[in-house]
Design a protein around this ligand. Sequence first.
Ligand code: OMP
Length: 271
Amino acid sequence: MRFHDTLQQRWREHGTLVCVGLDPEPAKFPAHLRGTADAVFAFCAAIVDATADLACAFKPQIAHFAALRAEDALERLIAHIHDRHPGVPVILDAKRGDIGSTAQHYAGEAFDRYQADAVTLNPYLGRDSIAPFLEHADKGVILLCRTSNPGGADFQALDCGGVPLYLRVAETIARDWNANGNCALVTGATWPEELGQVRDVVGDMPLLVPGIGAQGGDVEAVLRHGLTADGSGLMISSSRAILYAGSGEDFAQAARTAAMELRDTINRHRP
Ligand SMILES: O=C(O)c1cc(=O)[nH]c(=O)n1[C@@H]1O[C@H](COP(=O)(O)O)[C@@H](O)[C@H]1O
């Protein structure tokens, strides 16, 4: 099934806009897992199994695995999600962007090697750098637009003929890159008003919204500015606040409680 359709189904039938970010940091693992063989997979799989029914998507962040030489654990984790929790799409957070001939290999990495349903990408090399991903009509192509970090405005807010660059990015993607209807944008929860401007430009296009929890984004403001008319349209992503909610042997249960609280907080503000 197409990424966008799977996502719609999660939103509609499972009543959740929560995207669970999978950013393993072994120093933060509970003591009983730290230093054990295959700790990265064991930790992440336990979180996945404890939160799958609460998630509209999982978002493993590739650098957190690659820096640990744990790409193999990432491959097995994505296979585990597809096998045990079919219907929960996997967004590979890779933020790739390169000339077309190299981008072809990044597309192979995301979709063939890792079997991801969607991938995050940096749009600044232009359309040909994204084309190898866009042609996979069944896959989600999630492009950085207004990122959550403090320096996000350095370039993204530059004036571009009376309009900030991030809105030009949103306009161009919605108008020219979305022929297969498989684009989505990253808009940080830390800038809810800008997120609202992006929503006005892109209609119902899905928005991936990191910055809740550890980065201090305001859920209520995000929903006020970002929900579509049917009360969905958002993948509100949280990593550390869910993953490290507990530090004992019951860490997965603590993660479940944190994910459930986020889901319920979001749903209280949905129509
Ligand atoms: O593309 C992303 O996921 C992303 C975009 C952005 O603007 N800001 C951002 O924090 N992220 C990612 O979202 C996650 C945020 O983690 P927490 O702050 O722990 O919830 C990290 O994996 C970041 O790499």
